[in-house]
Design a protein. Sequence first.
Length: 457
Amino acid sequence: MRKPFVSTSHGPILIQPQLPATLLSFSFFPSSLLLFSQNKKKREIKRRRTRMEGESAAVWQGAVLGGILFWLISASYLNFTRKFRSFIQPWVSRQVETETPFILQIQSYGFGFLDALFSVLSCVVSVPFYTAFLPLLFWSGHGKLARQMTLLMAFCDYIGNCIKDVISAPRPASPPVKRVTATKDEEDNALEYGLPSSHTLNTVCLSGYLLHYALTHTQIQGAYVTYLGVSLACMLVFLIALGRIYLGMHSVVDVLAGLLIGLTVLAFWLTVDEHIDSFVISGQNVTSFWAALSFLLLFAYPTPELPTPSFEFHTAFNGVALGIVSGVQQTYHQFHHGNVPRLFSSELTILAFLGRMLLGLPTILIVKFCSKALAKWTIPVVANTLGIPIKSTSYIPTLNGSVTGKKSDKLKQGYLQKLLSQRKAFDVDTGIRFLQYAGLAWSVVDLVPSLFSYMSL
């Protein structure tokens, strides 16, 4: 037998025996098999966990949608809106009338500077201002704050306008009260009912949440900073409330109701904001659930005593919320995660941000126009195909005041036509407005960031 030694000038050296390749591969086979088995178990556990999470999500989502549907049917059957209105509206109307001398006294101190000051403040906290401001917040790298502010505004708008139209309480009578409407937006606001003050409600919620975010998600800390932030927020709320009275848009009871409702909504939102954000970015069935929720909320909106623009405002923000949620859910890991470049950093300079504005703002306006045109063409076609009676208030002149879909042969009606035959015609303007704002919001968080990435902005 050959010895495993070889003679050299330095003496004998031991030679390590080499195993054949087949034996070497078999020696690693058990460990490879074990590793494969472990990975398979991990994948199975992950699939099982994902399936359980999906089933759990489907349960609570179904419960939420079912609860809203049950409330919609029950409230309609019990005529809840009219009964509640008959109970609360007379008292609010008397309060508004009683407070008229106080409003006139405040307006007696007025002059041009106060008119301009309170008109500007009202514009700064108005819905159109936030609509223009929020896309810039998304594009500046503050995605979490932007989506929370957007969803909170949609929630505030829905709650405030629902209460307005349920109560249907008047604004201060003009004359004798002087009503100052410096912008088209203020003229539209004057057509809504009074209680609560939406400007006060929105200011409480959005300034309060912005302060909360700054104190909890930034390096701005300290008792002095907290005191200063709370003081500024309170001063802003006070000036907005005083301005709404001075401009003749609201009475004291409207402002107080807006303040109390705003504090309630803010407290609720601060307890659920992280859960909502987690669901939007990583939940199950996000887009389908939110689309169904938006659809039900359109039908759950109360009918006012007389038509007002409040439902139009809600429809627009309802579409914005759906567009933001669906877009963020699809592109969170690409454009909206926590490590994206932020404004004033080396990765996102002022010049780059200006480039984003010059590219982004025209793009979202084009998408809004195209979404509106597409909706104006598709919605009537789908409605006529399904035999749903429709009309148009303003968007489609050929349907203005007319009803289509009612002349189908009763013998050929399907279940859907029979179900809808007892209902008045649907206004397609609602669907058109909803889809155009959903398309606009989707472009803000999906299409435009993709263009930024392509253009290296």
